[in-house]
Design a binder for this molecule. Structure first.
Ligand code: F6R
Length: 621
């Protein structure tokens, strides 16, 4: 959670930092701050609330200087307030720190510091780092001489050895002007290499407008940034380490709103393009081949796997639930889907004969990373499906498949979900081809359908005016029930998650067959029921369920196939989808649910891109 930016270069640091923070605001947005070094003068500005408040403060009270660090916060320790906002200072005010992650032993460290007479300004875990670095610098400082960068690095390194927990850190000190020290343990951190300017950032979008060359730090790495360039070191040994520079594949324009009112709306509309990008170069219909070059699994391994386990959280978990249907049907292999935060603390029966697939947009979700590490320890082969090149999950998994949907900035996941679904279609087809579990003509047909998917998703987007009308009719409702069955059950869950996270309306997703086992008791005219009921083999079943709802005075909103007169006889509130093959329906049917949630949230005056209490990537447990 939280976002970090650091800058060393020729421009006004506070402008660059603020611009970077704006691009990271989706990471956390309850307070923000920057610290800038002007020669040996170090100054801070912090404010509670959205970044706009910091912007206003900096206009009133600017900071001059070419070196600095900034932070946008998602509170863990201590409520959102000016004192708890980062950067945090040491007792002398000469050291400041920005931090993502959690220092688990901060209470013990704080008690030790307090026993030495240190006074604390905040309730955060981070502040201990500033004081410890301040003390370590004081031990190294020679009277009237600036601190050498190596000594600053050593002071931080000594402090790191005392910390338990997770961190991405950016630190500057008035004693060593012109230098930023960064460090990482289990929280993402990268260094951007520009034209005579260098950046520290928790996420790539912060630097995309200035450079696309990045070095991703490994756990245990430290970085020293100055106008001379960037050097990396091991926190354990203090010795230099080499990491390769990665070219970031994202176009900086993809991280802009491009005229849309919200990133979420832009990202919903980007889905046909995102699916095309995800499919590009991966399907060869003539030869009936699927190319997944970075899978790093031999044909023998794929054929031999005993079981596939998918681990993920939130929306990515819903993509996993859908994959189970595809893997069972097409690959004819057993497939479990697990919520990563549960899996990591279980004792799953997993071993070298298993494949564990992690799905994560960010590649930085703490629980998903822990789940994959757990599986690796047990000898399983691991595969990451993620959107962020260089992310922790991407680097730590044996094989990887990028979803290529471009940066997703809206906190609620939309295009990332569609592209995950597409990758899972590809993976299931790939497995089916290798295992020979699906007749080749069927594979060919599915391939053709996949190539047509961007068109069907484009058709689904045309229902936006109808979603606006329905949003106006229903946005006062306090509860919603989402129903789906078979392939559309994960879509019902996803629809309910979208609605609750951006509009704060209570919503539950159910397999429609479960209705009679309890939830039907909730049905009345105040509980709209949203049903995903496009044509397919369980269509009749779900229709029966909807008739049961209607018979009890429930109001039904249906996602249905164009021309379905049985649905239009049942309810006037229908979102019409194109006629499409059943297997493609989930990737299309999710679109009207995303749009409906979006427009309901807008009508309720919610902050769609930055919903309360949420942050884009959940890098803490
Ligand atoms: C919902 C949403 C979250 C994420 C979840 C996992 O819209 O965005 O539920 O899907 O936090 O995140 P990733 O995919 O980055 O692991």
């Amino acid at each position: 959670m939280c976002g970090i930016v650091g800058y060393v270069g020729g421009e006004d640091a506070s402008d660059v930092l603020l611009d970077g923070l704006k691009r990271l605001e989706y990471r956390g947005y309850d307070s923000a701050g920057v610290a800038v070094l002007n020669g040996p003068v170090l100054d801070i500005r912090r404010s509670v609330g959205k970044l706009h408040n910091l912007d206003v403060l900096l206009k009133k009270s600017p900071l001059a200087g070419h070196v600095g660090i900034g932070h946008t916060r998602w509170a863990t320790h201590g409520r959102p307030s000016e004192e708890n906002a980062h950067p945090h200072r040491d007792a002398s005010g000469r050291v400041v720190v920005v931090h993502n992650g959690i220092i688990e032993n901060y209470s013990a460290l704080k008690a030790g510091l307090q026993a030495r007479g240190v006074k604390f300004e905040s309730q955060t875990d981070t502040e201990v780092i500033a004081h410890l670095v301040g003390e370590a610098i004081a031990r190294r400082k020679k009277k009237d001489a600036p601190l050498a960068p190596e000594d600053f690095l050593e002071a931080v390194r000594e402090t790191l050895s005392e910390l338990k927990g997770t961190y991405a850190l950016g630190i500057i000190t008035a004693d060593c002007p012109g230098v930023i020290v960064g460090a990482r343990r289990e929280c993402p951190l990268l260094v951007g290499i520009g034209e005579k300017e260098y950046f520290l950032a928790s996420d790539a979008p912060a630097i995309l407008s200035r450079t696309r060359h990045a070095v991703f730090l490994n756990d245990g790495d430290m970085a020293l940034l100055s106008s001379d360039g960037v050097k990396l070191f091991s926190a354990e040994t203090g010795l230099p380490v080499e990491r390769k520079t990665t070219h970031l594949p994202w176009d900086p324009l993809q991280a802009e709103k491009a005229g849309y009112r919200h990133f979420m709306l832009k990202e919903i509309h980007e889905q046909p393009r995102a699916i095309e990008d995800c499919l590009r170069g991966r399907l060869n219909v003539d030869e009936i081949r699927v190319h997944l070059d970075t899978l790093r699994l031999s044909e023998e391994q794929i054929k031999a796997f005993r079981k596939i386990t998918i681990v993920a959280c939130g929306t990515s978990y819903h993509a996993g639930l859908l994959a189970r249907y595809l893997i069972e049907k097409w690959v004819k292999a057993p497939c479990d889907v697990e919520i990563a935060s549960e899996y990591r603390y279980r004792d799953p029966l997993v071993g070298p004969e298993d494949l564990v697939v992690a799905i994560s947009q960010s590649g930085e979700t703490a629980d998903t990373i822990a789940a994959i590490r757990h599986a690796k320890e047990k000898g399983a082969r691991t595969l990451a499906i993620c959107n962020v090149i260089g992310s922790t999950l991407y680097r730590e998994s044996h094989g990887k498949i990028l979803t290529h949907c471009g940066p997703e900035i809206g906190v609620a996941s939309t295009k990332a979900f569609s592209s995950q679904v597409v990758v899972l279609y590809l993976l299931a087809l790939y497995g089916a081809l290798l295992r020979g579990s699906l007749p080749r003509p069927d594979v060919e047909k599915i391939m053709q359908n996949l190539l047509h998917l961007p068109h069907w998703v484009g058709e689904a987007l045309k229902c936006e005016p109808a979603t606006i009308a329905l949003a106006k009719k229903y946005f006062h409702s306090r509860n919603f029930l989402f129903l789906g069955r078979n392939l559309n059950y994960p879509i019902a869950l996803e629809g309910a998650l979208k609605l609750k996270e951006i509009s704060y309306i209570h919503a539950e997703g159910y397999p429609s067959g479960e209705l009679k086992h309890g939830p039907i008791a909730l049905i009345d005219e105040d509980m709209p029921v949203i049903a995903v009921a496009t044509q397919g083999r369980v269509y009749d079943k779900i229709l029966t369920n909807l008739e049961e709802v209607a018979a009890r005075g429930g109001r039904v909103i249906a996602v249905a196939t164009q021309g379905d007169t049985r649905i239009s006889a049942l309810t006037p509130d229908v979102l019409w989808m194109p006629d499409m093959p059943e297997s493609m329906a989930p990737a299309v049917n999710v679109v009207p649910l995303q749009l409906l949630s979006y427009h309901i949230a807008v009508l309720r005056g919610c902050d769609v891109d930055q919903p309360r209490n949420l942050a884009k990537s959940v890098t803490v447990e």
